[in-house]
Design a protein around this ligand. Structure first.
Ligand code: QV4
Ligand code: CA
Length: 512
């Protein structure tokens, strides 16, 4: 009995399932391929004032330089060493970003690429972002150092050495993902080396990690290197705080490896979420928003307290990874805003907002031939800064979805309604739906081909509220639409199906 209690206690304090955000802040934003200098500025000038909880940054460790094609975004998923040295910046710039973001209460989460190093076809030389020498053919990465002993070549049983069949869990864990040299994480040396890299980042002040390609590592191996991690830096976190962990496991069903195998280590990315939400909002396969009434576990998703959710990510917004064509992105702005709005209003999971760069998307036979194109960059390959236009949007082809009024205001909505129950669901049996979050917030969507005109119970106290989708509350008045909630909590809504934003949201902090 005592042993059992001890085990339960250890289990409870070990796993790190909460994002370590400051109180009142709930959402993460992925500033995909941004420079550290720009993220530091964004924390101070935009993310902190608008209640963002933290930033997922692109992999900060040294990677291979790919020139054919010319500097694709995906070169950053091919590590050469654990030196903090990439196109986003060097270690000094990384430290400056972490310090400045933490100082304004915005957390940094690192994308940890620790399943593999670069491709077996990566060649040899110093074509790496910090100039470290490596020889992929010889499995030699002296800047770590790793050598042939540290890879799974002997363990993998496929003829090619690559993963050939996702139905075979041994291949998926022990063979090479698209030829990426697979680390032997059963070795204590490899585990310790990975942990040392992550501890270096923890000591700098990061709040947690996205574990890249977690499906391709044994859950026990991940556990082994996580067990070696330090507590977070006490300059910003209370003593004994564990890093937030969310593991990239693409589990859309139909494979032997499931996300639930990884719950002991932390949260997992729930890819069904964006795939299904895209299908519903696109009204494909006979789906309707009315079916969202039991969204979450009711749709076969992992438990809410184990899920990290998003409408799109850096892979599936361009056809990489999984999820398929239903995924909504900034390219489908009208539907995308509804999807992100729904996600941020709904209590399920920890939410991550995507922030992208524009690329010359070009489909040939349904396939985007420019899916590799890297971030906006200068002729010398350096990443262009994120410039800010007069109207607060971003320049230089940075999309900055997180700055779109509708999305930014829904990030605030989620903070305001945090902890409040899902309540007062209403639907018309089709694609007009509404729900509240206790007595703090209410949202209503019209995704039908006709207008919406209803009076509903909002659960909110009487008063005049600013719609935070068409505008917001500013200097004591609404910049756009207002909603009047009567003494009994009822309010009338009118939404044309022709509106650019066919949804309305109100919350306690937007009350006049
Ligand atoms: C190609 C061929 C191989 C061949 C090899 C060598 O496909 O068969 O053996 O050349 O000649 C890039 C290229 C890919 C190339 C590979 C190695 O796109 O064509 O292989 O490099 O040179 C990103 C990209 C990948 C990219 C990789 C490394 O998405 O296209 O590969 O970075 O640069 C699964 C996984 C999941 C994964 C997802 C994409 O379960 O874990 O695929 N998602 C994460 C990241 C993702 C990243 C990786 C994992 C790898 O989110 O961005 O892949 O770190 O679903
Ligand atoms: Ca592996």
């Amino acid at each position: 009995m005592q042993v059992l209690l001890l085990l339960v206690a250890v289990g409870l304090c070990w796993g790190q399932y909460t994002p370590n955000t400051v109180p009142g802040r709930t959402s993460l934003v992925h500033l995909f391929e941004w420079r550290w200098a720009d993220i530091a500025l964004e924390c101070e000038r935009y993310l902190a004032p608008n209640g963002f909880g933290g930033v997922q940054v692109s992999p900060p460790n040294e990677n291979i330089v790919v020139t054919n094609p010319n500097r694709p975004w995906w070169e950053r998923y091919q590590p050469v060493s654990y030196r903090i040295c990439t196109r986003s910046g060097n270690e000094d710039e990384f430290r400056d970003m972490v310090t400045r973001c933490n100082n304004v209460g915005v957390r940094i989460y690192v994308d940890a690429v620790v399943n593999h190093m670069c491709s077996a076809a990566g060649g040899t030389g110093t074509h790496s972002t910090c100039g470290s020498y490596f020889n992929a053919g010889n499995r030699d990465f002296p800047a770590v150092p790793y050598s042939g002993w540290d890879f799974n070549d002997g363990k993998c049983q496929t003829a090619s050495g690559d993963i050939e069949n996702y139905g075979d869990i041994y291949q998926v864990r022990d063979c090479r993902l698209v030829s990426l040299l697979d680390l032997a994480l059963e070795k204590d040396y490899v585990r310790s080396t990975v942990a040392a890299y992550m501890n270096h980042l923890i000591d700098i002040g990061v709040a947690g990690f996205r574990i890249d390609a977690a499906k391709h590592m044994w859950p026990g191996d991940i556990r082994a290197f996580l067990d070696k991690l330090n507590d977070l830096n006490t300059q910003w976190f209370s003593a004994g705080t564990k890093p937030f962990i969310y593991q990239e496991v693409i589990d859309l069903g139909g494979e032997p490896i499931t996300g639930s195998e990884y719950f002991g280590n932390g949260r997992v990315t729930e890819f069904k979420y964006g795939a299904k939400l895209g299908t519903v909002i696109r009204k494909w396969n006979g789906e309707k928003m009315a079916y969202l009434k039991n969204w979450g576990e009711g749709w076969g998703f992992v438990p809410s307290d184990r899920a990290l959710v998003f409408v799109d990510n850096h892979d599936n917004q361009r056809g990489h990874g999984a999820g398929g064509s239903s995924i909504l992105t900034f390219w489908d702005a009208r539907l995308y805003k509804m999807a992100v709005g729904f996600m941020l209003a709904h209590p399920y999971g920890v939410t991550r907002v995507m922030s992208s760069f524009r690329w010359p998307r070009y489909f040939v036979d349904g396939q985007d031939v420019n899916d590799w194109v890297g971030p906006p960059s200068n002729d010398d390959g350096s990443i262009k800064p994120v410039t800010i236009n007069e109207d607060t949007t971003c320049g230089n082809d940075w999309v900055c979805e997180h700055r779109w009024r509708q999305i930014r205001n829904m990030v605030i909505f989620r903070n305001v309604v945090d902890g409040e129950p899902f309540s007062n669901w209403w639907d018309n049996g089709s694609n007009q739906v509404a729900f509240g979050r206790g007595n703090k917030g209410f949202i209503i969507f019209n995704n039908d081909d006709w207008s919406l005109n209803v009076t509903l119970q909002t659960g909110l106290p009487a008063g005049t509220y600013c719609d935070v989708i068409s505008g917001q509350k500013e200097d004591g008045s609404c910049t756009a639409a207002e909603v009047r909630v009567a003494a009994d909590g009822m309010a009338s809504f009118l939404i044309s199906n022709k509106d650019e934003d066919a949804f309305i949201a109100i919350h306690a902090d937007a009350k006049l």
